[in-house]
Write a protein of this length. Structure first.
Length: 445
């Protein structure tokens, strides 16, 4: 199937050059023009997409060739963008930075898959003519990548702009003044979430005044036809079970594709807040990542903690990722030790340094009675905590590569509960088994 979707990739020369604020500001400026903007983020990031989604009023989706495969990137892109006026894809790190120093899962990799023109963000702070050496190197490094324009960031003065423009050979589509626009706060896992700051949305006027939006739209509109492989035929199943998904300030890291696949497998998704709500009537639980350590006191005092423990003890299927894993353990230590749901036989301690960061792959092990069976897994881990397990702890996941909870073992399990540091990109097989386990629990309780 061939589709015509106006699209651009906003890439950077390196992390910190300003591409996140510029990409979000561009989304806001285009949205203000009345355009329907479909946002995307390359890589496994959860935080930047939260800003995109609020800015555009459309759910931002991740595009990650390692987790999704090239065909998966194309299918997700095409299905999400079909009714949009333009797709804006924010890159990650530097344009050519992939896994372990390779090109795999880099922003350039995604741009090649999507045959998308690239607008390169270049930080011009304390440089003038030298930026052209950077631009030439990026333009010529990969002949399969088309850098269609440059947005120069942190321009000091009109004279600074003129010095750069004198030898311009790739069209300049924007000149962003230094110290314009509000900053966005950060914490140990990255920027603050979108609901905590509107700085990204308010950057729209800066982009509107400093960039040539018409030229950017022309670049996007001239993107070539895109050939998308046929969709995998997975008809939407009839409703089989209700899966409760924790969603609040403590649990907010989810891939939208995971939720969509659960729904296609027959799950009715019911969102709730472990911080504020009582546990709703559900047949299984999915506790995503986030910041339980920042809300440990409220989680300890919440009405959900004991209810989740009791339902897990009765055999309800429960799946927790990273922050969800932490909440399912007995306690989390920050300024003091806080009691958590106590479903899994372990304690969690926050650390001041990164304990694990990177892509992982492996498989769920086919343990007797465990609902996952044997199924492959791909995902990402990033955490500032460590889990101290009981000596007889059992694990449902084996990673290679990946650290997991300890030495490549992940997916601490007890009853029908699994808690893992891995943020997994769900397969259809995993979703069908999760929903089937939820349905079985509903029928037999």
């Amino acid at each position: 199937m061939q589709v015509t979707i106006p699209r651009i990739v906003i890439a950077g020369t390196h992390s910190g050059c300003g591409k996140t604020t510029i990409a979000s500001g561009l989304m806001a400026a285009l949205n203000e023009r009345g355009l329907s903007v479909q946002p995307f983020k390359t890589g496994p990031d959860f935080i930047d997409p939260s800003h995109h989604s609020i800015t555009c009023g459309r759910i931002s989706r991740n595009l990650d060739p390692f987790m999704m495969g090239d065909p998966g990137v194309l299918r997700t892109f095409a299905s999400a963008s079909g009714d949009a006026d333009i797709a804006v894809i924010e890159g990650a790190m530097g344009l050519f930075d992939g896994i372990d120093g390779t090109d795999l899962a880099s922003t350039a990799h995604v741009a090649r898959i999507l045959r998308a023109p690239v607008i390169l963000v270049v930080d011009a702070y304390a440089a003038s003519r030298s930026v052209h050496a950077v631009v030439r190197g990026f333009r010529d490094f990969d002949p399969h990548i088309r850098i269609a324009g440059i947005i120069y960031n942190r321009i000091a003065t009109v004279r600074h702009r003129e010095m750069i423009a004198n030898e311009e050979f790739v069209p300049a589509l924007g000149w962003i003044p230094r110290q314009q626009g509000p900053g966005v706060g950060s914490r140990h896992l990255g920027l603050v979430m979108a609901h905590e700051s509107d700085a990204m949305r308010s950057y729209g006027p800066v982009i509107r005044e400093s960039c040539d939006l018409n030229a950017i739209l022309d670049v996007a509109g001239n993107a070539p036809l895109l050939t998308v492989p046929p969709a995998i035929k997975t008809p939407v199943a009839d409703r089989k079970a209700v899966i409760g998904v924790a969603h609040d300030d403590a649990f907010c890291f989810y891939y939208q594709d995971n939720l969509d696949r659960l729904a296609r497998a027959g799950a009715e998704i019911r969102f709730f807040s472990p911080l504020q709500d009582t546990l709703p009537e559900v047949d299984a639980l999915y506790l995503g990542g986030g910041y339980p350590e920042l809300h440990a006191r409220e989680l300890e005092d919440s009405r959900c903690r004991h209810a989740i423990h009791d339902m897990a003890d009765k055999g309800m299927p429960v799946y927790g990722e990273c922050g969800g894993l932490m909440y399912l353990c007995r306690s989390v230590s920050t300024d003091r030790e806080y009691r958590m749901a106590g479903v899994l036989p372990a304690r969690v301690e926050m650390t001041k340094t990164i304990e694990a960061l990177g892509y992982v792959k492996g498989s769920f092990q086919g343990q007797p009675g465990l609902w996952t069976g044997t199924v492959s897994i791909r995902g990402h881990e990033f955490h500032y905590s460590k889990v101290a397990c009981d000596p007889d702890a059992r694990f449902a996941i084996r990673l290679s590569p990946g650290k997991g909870i300890q030495n490549g073992k992940d997916g601490l399990t007890g009853q029908n509960t699994i808690g893992a540091y891995t943020h997994a990109y769900f397969s259809d097989t995993f979703c069908r088994r999760f929903v089937a386990a939820a349905e079985n629990f509903w029928r037999n309780r």
